[in-house]
Design a protein around this ligand. Structure first.
Ligand code: F6P
Length: 365
């Protein structure tokens, strides 16, 4: 039996915001209208809008002039999971599967397919919807670059650029005051942002979750620099960095979120530990959500446009329930079922770790 022709699509952005989301929305909507003459709908605030039936029509004008805009014109949410949605029952939250309500909302509007722009949490729910018969297409978003199956996600380049600019600025104040500055960057359980921004910013020490550190090695290293007349050091720590004999530092937990753990605080911990062991003057800087904000870099605008266009083209060719990816320089796609439950971490023996080691960077080992 021939596949049903797609006449109407909806697009949504899920999880944390990320530079380039609007560029993807623009590419999806313009391609759908220009090339395929489809009806287009926008789901507001990620899966929350799907659950609450907030789905609006989108026109060409809605996506005009948004290419360079940070954030998402559709809004997003990283706490709503349609398959485990927290509903208040008195004081206690009760978790319900409201996915059928979401499917009904799409069906009532005649929507044939959903383009889900998001990270692993968004893709996990998209895969569950696919199992229930909905046609979905994923687009890989996250500043963390940890989505399995693709070499790169859009948003990562912008986050690395922002973090590198910050490290450059911290360099001048560190050297003036002869301090050890510990810069904490985002990245969840992967060290991509720390590794790339650390190398680009010439960090002396880079700490990533994939290479647990030994505090005494970091202290020896910064003391060694100090004794050679290098009176300052820059340490770039991923928020998920952890000591060999320790655990990741958790800042708080977000109730109802598919991934409730929020990391944060490693820079403060390291600053007091290094100061106590070396008597050097240490300061912690946490870059935080600034890494998710602002206008996307040209690289991310191009990648986001390519991803959005490819998502639409594949969908119209009959590919479904896939994630668009960039693999070895080529745009293609991978089944959502193949990426479920996996994340992409930094390989310890990868070329950038080797390059950093060979220019003298310390990983705390
Ligand atoms: O996944 C993107 C990310 O920015 C992570 O790097 C970070 O750990 C997390 O989201 C922060 O989430 P929130 O916006 O809920 O504080």
């Amino acid at each position: 039996m021939a596949a049903k022709r797609i006449k109407s699509i909806a697009v949504m952005t899920g999880g944390g915001d990320c530079p380039g989301l609007n560029a993807v929305i623009r590419a999806v909507v313009k391609t759908a209208i220009n090339r395929h003459n489809l009806d287009v709908w926008g789901v507001q605030d990620g899966y929350l809008g799907l659950i609450e039936d907030r789905i609006e029509r989108m026109t060409y004008n809605d996506v005009s002039n948004i290419l360079t805009l940070g954030g998402t014109i559709l809004g997003t949410s990283n706490i709503a999971n349609p398959f485990r949605y927290a509903v208040k029952n008195g004081r206690k939250p009760e978790y319900k599967d409201v996915s059928d309500d979401c499917l009904r909302a799409l069906r009532e509007r005649g929507i044939d397919a959903l383009i889900c722009i998001g990270g692993d949490g968004t893709m996990a729910s998209a895969a569950q919807f696919a199992k229930k018969g909905l046609t979905v297409m994923g687009v890989p978003k996250t500043i963390d670059n940890d989505l399995f199956g693709t070499d790169v996600t859009f948003g990562f380049d912008t986050a690395v650029t922002t973090a590198t600019e910050a490290i450059d600025k911290i360099h001048t104040t560190a050297s003036s005051h002869h301090r050890v500055m510990i810069v904490e960057v985002m990245g969840r359980y992967a060290g991509w942002i720390a590794l790339h921004a650390g190398v680009a910013g010439g960090a002396d020490v880079i700490l990533i979750p994939e290479i647990p550190y030994d505090l005494s090695k970091i202290c020896e290293y910064v003391m060694g620099r100090s004794s050679r007349g290098k009176r300052f050091s820059i340490v770039v720590a991923a928020e998920g960095a952890k000591a060999k004999d320790g655990a990741m530092v958790i800042s708080h937990r977000v109730k109802g979120s598919p991934d409730p753990i929020r990391l944060g605080g490693i820079a403060n911990k390291l600053a007091s530990e290094i100061a106590a062991k070396t008597s050097l003057d240490c300061r912690a800087v946490i870059l935080g959500h600034i890494q998710r904000g602002g206008t996307p870099t040209p690289y991310d605008r191009v990648l986001a446009t390519n991803f959005g266009y490819t998502a639409m083209e594949l969908l119209m060719k009959g590919v479904k329930n896939h994630l668009v990816v960039l693999k070895d320089g080529r745009l293609s796609s991978i089944s959502l079922s193949q990426i479920a439950g996996k994340i992409k971490t930094v390989p310890r023996d990868g070329s950038l770790v080797k390059a950093a080691l060979s220019v003298g960077t310390c990983f705390g080992e």
